[in-house]
Design a protein around this ligand. Structure first.
Ligand SMILES: Cc1cc2nc3c(=O)[nH]c(=O)nc-3n(C[C@H](O)[C@H](O)[C@H](O)COP(=O)(O)O)c2cc1C
Length: 384
């Protein structure tokens, strides 16, 4: 955007605005990926490999983007992906995003490591949301969070399985994001001082800066480095599919397994009772050097699409991408960075506008392809 452009109209525009608002270490934390960021870049660029078919003169006067995801009605096949520490990117960010999602009847997913707790999000919103969980070593804590999520009416558990070890995100080491020592603190303070809006909105007014779901487990609950130490010791590299079977026996709602990219794993997820899978490489933040998610979609849909709902995230940046993913067999998609950029740039209003832009783009794409309904978006409408 130049200084003459007043309205952000794309994810790219929001990204630029977010960069102006956020201290560098936080912007990089959102934007960055693992290692050389190959997978991160492929996630977006591989959408260009697919082309849509255009059909004309077919009466597209009744376009409807509504559909269902896991049996629930949604206004469009889109959900907000879980984002850790979203409350550091805008004041009580999880609540702002949940409200925006509610407004257009799509799911918001709260991360295990959100700044706002399950109960705080519930209190501020009037609709059920999805809750995302990792397999933690402390299975008592896993059960506790399942019960808390169930108690506030979460319908769907998004269980993330691609974090056996934390990915190596070089930007976070370089700019002090992960450094709790003196040098790291000085570096972050210097970055914060250049962003007075953030300092006021989040730094002062957005407190407490803890991870709401875990604060009773961490000593020094207002120090994010204590959380990082706690989380690092809690990720469980010994977890296997048997643990998902255990989880299944403790959660009565839907389970979506997030972080599957190979058809063989998709089969295992279905076998242990998943209600759906999310093809995801964590937005290119975990294993670098892998394929984009969109290149994996057809294979997985062909393998398990007749048994379960297949969702996808990674690189979705506009309504055209959404339609491409649907044509390749996805039931719906999730967006991560797009909503965080919009929220960091303009808070809840930014997310509202972003979501209506996605809906307009899906509508226009469908109409220009000659179709009125989501279930008409089929594999014969896309070419590679
Ligand atoms: C800043 C950031 C934090 C994230 N935190 C989580 C998290 O707590 N749990 C999780 O399952 N995925 C997390 N993810 C991954 C997203 O849920 C999602 O898979 C990814 O962002 C999708 O790619 P996209 O950003 O290209 O849309 C995070 C992603 C980002 C960018």
């Amino acid at each position: 955007m130049s200084i003459y452009d007043v309205i952000p109209v794309s994810v790219n525009d929001y990204q630029k605005k977010a960069k102006q608002r956020l201290p560098k270490f936080l912007f990089d934390y959102i934007e960055g990926g693992a290692n050389a960021e190959e997978t991160l870049n492929r996630n977006t660029s591989d959408f260009k490999k697919f082309t849509l078919k255009q059909f004309v003169m077919r009466d597209v006067s009744k376009i409807n983007t509504a559909t269902t995801m896991l049996g629930h009605k949604v206004s469009m096949p889109l959900a907000l992906a879980p984002i850790g520490m979203a409350g550091l990117f805008a004041r009580r960010g999880e609540i702002q995003a949940a409200r925006a999602a509610n407004k257009v009847d799509i799911p918001f997913t709260l991360s295990t490591v959100g700044v706002c707790s399950i109960e705080e999000v519930k209190k501020s919103t009037n609709k059920p949301f999805w809750f995302q969980l990792y397999m933690l070593r402390d299975r008592g804590l896993v059960l506790e969070m399942l019960h808390r999520a169930q108690a506030v009416g979460c319908t769907t558990l998004v269980f993330t399985v691609d974090l056996a070890l934390p990915g190596i995100r070089l930007r976070d080491f370089r700019n002090g994001m992960l450094d709790g020592g003196f040098k790291g603190e000085i570096s972050k303070a210097a970055q914060i001082i250049t962003r007075p809006y953030w300092l006021y909105d989040v730094g002062i007014k957005g407190k407490p800066h803890c991870l709401g779901n875990l604060k009773h487990k961490v000593t020094g609950p207002n120090n994010l480095h204590h959380y990082k130490t706690f989380i690092d010791t809690q990720f469980d590299p010994s977890a296997t599919w048997d643990d998902i079977a255990w989880l299944r026996s403790h959660w009565q709602g839907n389970i979506l397994i997030k972080g599957v990219v190979e058809a063989d794993d998709a089969k295992r997820a279905v076998n242990v009772g998943a209600d759906g899978i999310i093809i995801s490489n964590h937005g290119g933040r975990q294993l670098d050097g892998t394929s984009s998610t969109i290149m994996k979609l057809s294979d997985i849909v062909n393998t398990v699409g007749h048994q379960t709902e297949v969702f996808l995230d990674g690189g979705i940046r506009n309504g055209v991408d959404v339609v491409k993913a649907l044509a390749l067999g996805a039931k719906g998609v999730l967006i991560g960075r797009p909503w965080v950029y919009a929220m960091a740039a303009q808070g809840e209003n930014g997310v509202n506008t972003l979501l209506s832009q996605f809906q307009n783009e899906i509508t226009a794409t469908m109409g220009l392809m000659g179709i009125n309904n989501i279930d008409e978006i089929t594999a014969d409408l896309v070419e590679c």
